[in-house]
Design a protein around this ligand. Sequence first.
Ligand SMILES: Cc1cc2nc3c(=O)[nH]c(=O)nc-3n(C[C@H](O)[C@H](O)[C@H](O)COP(=O)(O)OP(=O)(O)OC[C@H]3O[C@@H](n4cnc5c(N)ncnc54)[C@H](O)[C@@H]3O)c2cc1C
Length: 403
Amino acid sequence: MSKLKVLIAGGGPVGVITGLYLARHGISVTLFDAAPSPPEDHRAATLQPSTLDLFEELEITQSLVEQGFKSRFFQWRDRVANEIVAEFDYGRLSEISNHPYVIQLEQQKTVYTALHAAEKFDNFKLHRPVEVVSVDQTADYAEIKVRHASGDLETHRGDYLIGCDGGRSIVRKNTGTSFEGFTWPERFNIVSTPVNLGEIHGFRMRNYCSHPDRWVSLMQVPGEDGKGLWRCVFPAKTEETDEEVMSDAWINARFSECLNAGPYPIVHRNMYNVHQRVAGCFRSGRIALAGDSAHVNNPIGGMGMNSGFQDGINLARKIIEIEKGADPDALLDRYDRQRRLTAIEYVQAQSIANKRLLEEKDAEVRRSRLNDLRVTVSDAAKHLEFVKRASLISMWEKSEEIV
Ligand SMILES: Cc1cc2nc3c(=O)[nH]c(=O)nc-3n(C[C@H](O)[C@H](O)[C@H](O)COP(=O)(O)OP(=O)(O)OC[C@H]3O[C@@H](n4cnc5c(N)ncnc54)[C@H](O)[C@@H]3O)c2cc1C
């Protein structure tokens, strides 16, 4: 067993995967999470091919594939012209990925699957509900102060500390790291219905329907009974009140306007603000950031959690090298160079471009940009390049190339 001890703030998807990776390699890892159980609010729903490939090493891919819905295609529609613009095919990745499809699966199910795999390792410990209240470090160790539900405070020390504590990360704030970027003016309302929108409207499992005012993104997840739930993301205008946007009337007006159908039964609704931000540095001494604590983005394209997994696995591999005697400073600086640059060039750039294309107001620009999608999908080389980027395979390859 290793002598290195790693502390992880946050037991969300990125914290648990990073901890599992380290534990499998004999590193002693302790996670702290403030929530009593993995939150079931509607967040990530898509496991990209790059993630499924990386998870093979963790021996959880098979289980995730069995639990989720397999989807090869995603669709772009133009709501103004009422037509399908392009259907991108992840099947084109078959020569470079063992999983040329996405798996549609609710985020908490991925977390439970990873936790189940981690239970086998005595060197993996998760404490919850335990809130991280501060972090600190010296030249010799990193330290975390936590508060138990009883109010008792406790301090833990480790060789390295990873902040996987989400967008409001206390680890990032305590290390004085900036989080530059912006917040979109509109909020998103994510709504789900058991009605099979795919069957009725000819959708694939993932769809983006552009419109200057009322775009919509739709996708299917298994739901609790495995029969399928359709999640729809509708943007709310700044002048619309929270109460209005959360009402049945508002949601059904969106179904009517976007799908020319409904009213539909609504089983979940959740409104949230959407940010595009990247931490000024992913590493500060013995403390590193991974996942949403390091970068947040809008959900169009299904990239946030998946890029966080890449951070966690990249960092875990470096800690394993450090355990074997490699230079910690050189490796942790490389982690920052690799993951920060690609977070900006891939996830930020692509998710912003996706949102702008969905909502483009200038009719000429819209037509031209949607036409670019038609050209891309009909050209084999461009199509492959596009799906490599969308699936985050390009991001992983590029990040691995950075020295
Ligand atoms: C509506 C929506 C849809 C999305 N869809 C997609 C998608 O399809 N694909 C995709 O890849 N991404 C998607 N995302 C993004 C994705 O949900 C996040 O990128 C992902 O949750 C990040 O995981 P994480 O582990 O870094 O952070 P989180 O999931 O935020 O986990 C952080 C954990 O830290 C804990 N924590 C926080 N503060 C403390 C503290 N002080 N002490 C102890 N514990 C603490 C929390 O309890 C939590 O468990 C979506 C997000 C939203 C909001």
